[in-house]
Design a protein around this ligand. Sequence first.
Ligand code: ADP
Ligand code: ADP
Length: 229
Amino acid sequence: ENAIEVRGLEKTYAGSGGNAPNRALKGIDLDVPAGSIFGLLGPNGAGKSTFINILAGLVTKTAGSVRIWGFDQDVNPRQSRAAIGVVPQELNVDPFFCAYDALEVQAGLYAVPKAERRSMEILRRVGLEDKARAYSRTLSGGMRRRLLVAKALVHNPAVLVLDEPTAGVDIELRQMLWSYVRELNAAGTTVILTTHYLEEAQEMCDRIAIINHGEVVACDDTAALLGRL
Ligand code: ADP
Ligand code: ADP
């Protein structure tokens, strides 16, 4: 069973300011098995963020199809969006909300009923319970990262996607993020992460796709893939 099924996915960014159009994704076919920790490995500019932003519904695809948890993005946009939570690469947090309210607002966006919200519990899980009433703008980079993880989890998504989760993160937070990701995965969440570090993909992932210049150049179970490198 696949958590994600992508077929013939293409993205061409329109050129602006006299620049030529940019073919960021050139026909991606990819299956992410349910229950796996799946790594998207590739250099800067390979198309990883574009791929993830399409999964998240933040960037419109040019061609192809995307199924998330069995829901086709074009046919069932609401259900496919509800099945996925994305931790973005940028540490943008809303300066006007405290950490708790940021989660409540996010829960509202996903129409999570009040009785089913677990904002304090999620803050506790990422070690931010002391910061529940602190304004997001006063949080350190590491705390913002944790708040973004918490936000991605408010609607209890089947699939959690982390875009370069350890970029600019110290060793302590990295360990914490990884142990939390492993816990979520053990509890049934499918995890997709992007990285440009082979060691990181090797350490964390069951299966790895290598993406370069908008194409998948290899995809296999981690041990098999490493055996061929
Ligand atoms: P879409 O096709 O999804 O509408 P656009 O091609 O309109 O995307 O680009 C969105 C915005 O991103 C534009 O304002 C563009 O100037 C800007 N942009 C252009 N090149 C890059 C780049 N390499 N990285 C990030 N943003 C870029
Ligand atoms: P990665 O995440 O692997 O670094 P990206 O998906 O960010 O790769 O970028 C893939 C290609 O698409 C790059 O050439 C990048 O410059 C281009 N690109 C990314 N975002 C935009 C945008 N909004 N507008 C135009 N080009 C973009």
